[in-house]
Structure formats: structure tokens, C-alpha cells
Design a protein around this ligand. Sequence first.
Ligand code: S3P
Length: 170
Amino acid sequence: MDVRNVVLTGFMGTGKTTVGRALAARLGYRFVDTDLLIELEAGKTVAEIFQEDGESAFRSWERQIAGQLAGASAAVIATGGRLMLDNDNAELLCARSHVFCLTAEPDDIVRRLAGERGQRPLLAVDNPAQRVRQLLEERAPGYSQFPQIHTSGRSVDEIVEEVLKCISAT
Ligand code: S3P
């Protein structure tokens, strides 16, 4: 039987992977992280793909993975921060999934990502805090098309409960 997936989108540092793992455990679904899947298939890290092959190569990997996951069932899928902002990817994944966008206060995002610049190639710049705010502004219209779940000041359990409540209300 086909069971609708849950797709989590949202900016870097909003907790997609942490919340996704906890949600998958609660639902008894498989957990998938698109960045990890890309790393497995490419045989290198996201940072290495950006550095050696460029951002456009990474975005091609995202499209390939979105295609692979289009037929998934009973999975919680944590997506890289931009994957669902590509219309084709969103169309592929929305068809069989509940989609939620995790949000957080910009200050929290900056704090959560401090020290992870090596893993987040888009933030390997002189002023990562400014870059976070700029990207958040650019991406706001894209993220706003999905139901939002705020994460600042809330525990993982509280966030999972809200997602479950939203799913049962649909
Ligand atoms: C990106 C977010 C990252 C990763 C890549 C690009 C983005 O994933 O896909 O570094 O463009 O927002 P997380 O959102 O899981 O950090």
C-alpha cells in the first residue's frame, strides 16, 4: 500500500535532519536525507562537490535524487535547503508527500551554523551572518509556498507533535 511521505524543507540550520529522524521514528517510516544520499552516490561530500565540480553540479545531483525519490512511500525526507525551491523537484516530491517548511529566527540559524562553515559551502564567506540573512530574504517567497513550522525556542518533540497534528488535520 502506498503511504504518503513527509518532506521537510527550509533553510540550513532549521533542524530538518534532527526533526526528520525523530519524526521517522515516531511514524515508523524510513528516514532519508537528500544531502547524505548525494554524498553516498557521488562518493564525496557536499563541500567537495561544490569545490571540485561547482554549485550547478550539486543542483544536478539534487534533481537526480528528487527523481529517484518521486516514487518513495512511507519515508520522511529531509531535503537540502534549496532542493524544494526548484519547481521541477517540488512537483516530483509534492505528488506523494505532505510537505512542511521548518523555520527559525535568523539569529538562531546563525548560531546553529557557527562552526559548521566547512560543511556548508554557501556560508564559506567572510560574513556568514550577512549571507544567511541575504539568502533568507531571497528564498522567502519560495519557502512561503509550504506550510511553516517554527522551531525557535521549541524542543524536537514539540516540533514533531506539531507536524503530526498538521498531518492528521489534512
Ligand atoms: C544548501 C543547503 C545544504 C546543502 C547545500 C546547499 C542550500 O543542506 O544542500 O550545502 O542551498 O541551502 P542543509 O539545508 O541540509 O544544510
